[in-house]
Write a protein that binds this ligand. Structure first.
Ligand code: ADP
Ligand code: MG
Length: 337
C-alpha cells in the first residue's frame, strides 16, 4: 500500500538533507542574517553546537504576522518563481532551512523589525509551535537552537566529538568573517570569545585578525578583472607553501565554496613555481554575475557550476600570476636602485 507520509515524518526526512550537523545549522542561520542585511552577527555554540547554538543579528527582523510562516517548508521572501533561480543574489533561496532546523530541535526565535514597537517570541519543538507571544527585544533576530536531533536518535549518534563539531563551526564562521569584512562577526565557543572582527571592511586586516599577522604579512594582495569576472586575492609566494589545500579558501559572490575549477586556476598559476604536492595559501574572493553560474546544485550550496569554466580558470590564473610577477619584480627594482 502506498501512503503519503504525515507532515512531521516528511519534515524530518527533508531536514536530513539540509541539517547534517551543527555546522549546517550555523551556516543556514548565519546566511539568513547576512541576507537580512545585518551589520553585526554573533555566533555562540556550546558542546560543539549539539546542546546549544545561538545566532544573533541586527538585521531587518521578521514581522510578527510572518514568524510562523518563516518556519514553513518552501517559505521564502527571497525568490518568487523558478525564473528567479537564474539570478540568485541572496545566500538563501530554498525556503527550507528554518522548517528543517525546527523539525529536529528545540528552536527559539526572538525577532523585531525596526517598524514594529514590540517583537515576537516563538518556541518550536520538533516542528510543533509551543509558544508565539509578543515580547520586548532589540531590532534584529536571535535564533537559539537547543538539543539538535533530540527526536532523531539515529542522527544524534552520527555526530562527532564536541571538539570536531566545534572546529568545523569555527572554521566556517572564520570563512564568513573573511568574506564579509564589513560585518562585525563574533564567535563564542563554550562561553569564550574566540574572535571578533571590527566590521571596518579592510580585508587584509581581517585576514590578520583571523589567521595570524605573521602569515598575513606574507600574503600578496591583488585585484584582477577580466571578462566581467573580478578576483580579489591574498596569495602566498612560492616561498610559503603547505602540504595540503587546507589554507585555500574560495568565495564566490560571498558564498564559501569548494571548487575544482578554481583549484585548476591556482595550479596553473603556480605550476612552474611550486613542486607537485605543495600548495600555496590562497584566499580568493570572486565576483561574477549570478547568471553565469548555478548555485542550485546541492542543498548545502557549497557547490556551484560555472557555465564558462575556462573563463574562471583563466582569470584566477592570470590574476595570481600578475600578483606573483609584481612581487618577484620588487627585489630587482631594489637591487637596481
Ligand atoms: P531562505 O533563507 O531560503 O529564504 P529560510 O528557511 O532560511 O529560507 O528562512 C525563511 C524566511 O525567514 C526567509 O526567507 C526570511 O524572510 C526569514 N528569515 C529567516 N532568518 C531571518 C533573519 N535572521 N532575519 C530576517 N528574516 C529572516
Ligand atoms: Mg535561509
Amino acid at each position: 500500500m502506498i501512503r503519503i507520509l504525515d507532515k512531521s515524518t516528511a519534515d524530518k526526512i527533508a531536514a536530513g538533507e539540509v541539517v547534517e550537523r551543527p555546522l549546517s545549522v550555523v551556516k543556514e542561520l548565519v546566511e539568513n542574517s547576512i541576507d537580512a542585511g545585518a551589520k553585526k552577527i554573533a555566533v555562540e555554540i556550546k558542546n560543539g553546537g549539539k546542546s546549544y547554538i545561538r545566532v544573533t543579528d541586527d538585521g531587518c527582523g521578521i514581522a510578527a504576522d510572518e514568524c510562523e510562516k518563516a518556519f514553513m517548508r518552501h517559505a521564502t521572501s527571497k525568490i518568487i518563481n523558478a525564473e528567479d533561480l537564474n539570478s540568485i543574489s541572496t545566500l538563501g533561496f530554498r525556503g527550507e532551512a528554518l522548517a528543517s532546523i525546527a523539525a529536529i530541535s528545540r528552536t527559539e526565535l526572538l525577532t523585531k523589525t525596526k517598524e514594529s514597537k514590540t517583537g515576537s517570541k516563538l518556541i518550536i519543538e520538533g516542528g510543533q509551535i509551543i509558544e508565539n507571544t509578543p515580547v520586548g527585544c532589540p531590532d534584529g533576530t536571535t535564533m537559539v537552537i537547543r538539543d539538535l536531533f533530540f527526536n532523531t536518535p539515529a542522527r544524534l549518534k552520527f555526530m562527532r566529538a564536541d571538539s570536531a563539531e566545534s572546529s568545523s563551526v569555527i572554521e566556517f564562521v572564520t570563512d564568513i568573517a573573511l568574506a564579509y569584512p564589513d560585518i562585525r562577526i563574533q564567535m563564542i565557543n563554550n562561553d569564550k570569545i574566540l574572535f571578533a572582527t571590527n566590521g571596518r571592511g579592510n580585508r587584509g586586516q581581517t585576514i590578520a585578525t583571523l589567521t595570524s599577522s605573521i602569515l598575513a604579512d606574507k600574503l600578496i594582495p591583488f585585484i584582477y578583472e577580466e571578462e566581467g569576472i573580478t578576483v580579489e586575492g591574498y596569495v602566498s609566494g612560492p616561498g610559503e607553501s603547505r602540504s595540503s589545500r587546507k589554507n585555500q579558501v574560495f568565495f564566490v559572490n560571498g558564498r564559501v565554496i569548494d571548487s575544482k575549477v578554481i583549484e585548476k586556476g591556482i595550479n596553473r598559476a603556480y605550476s612552474d613555481r611550486l613542486f607537485e604536492g605543495r600548495f600555496p595559501i590562497c584566499y580568493l574572493f570572486i565576483t561574477v554575475s549570478p547568471e553565469r553560474m548555478d548555485v542550485n546544485i546541492h542543498p548545502n550550496k557549497r557547490q556551484v557550476r560555472f557555465y564558462d569554466e575556462d573563463a574562471i580558470i583563466n582569470t584566477v590564473r592570470k590574476g595570481i600570476i600578475t600578483a606573483l610577477d609584481s612581487e618577484e619584480a620588487v627585489p630587482t627594482i631594489k637591487e637596481k636602485a
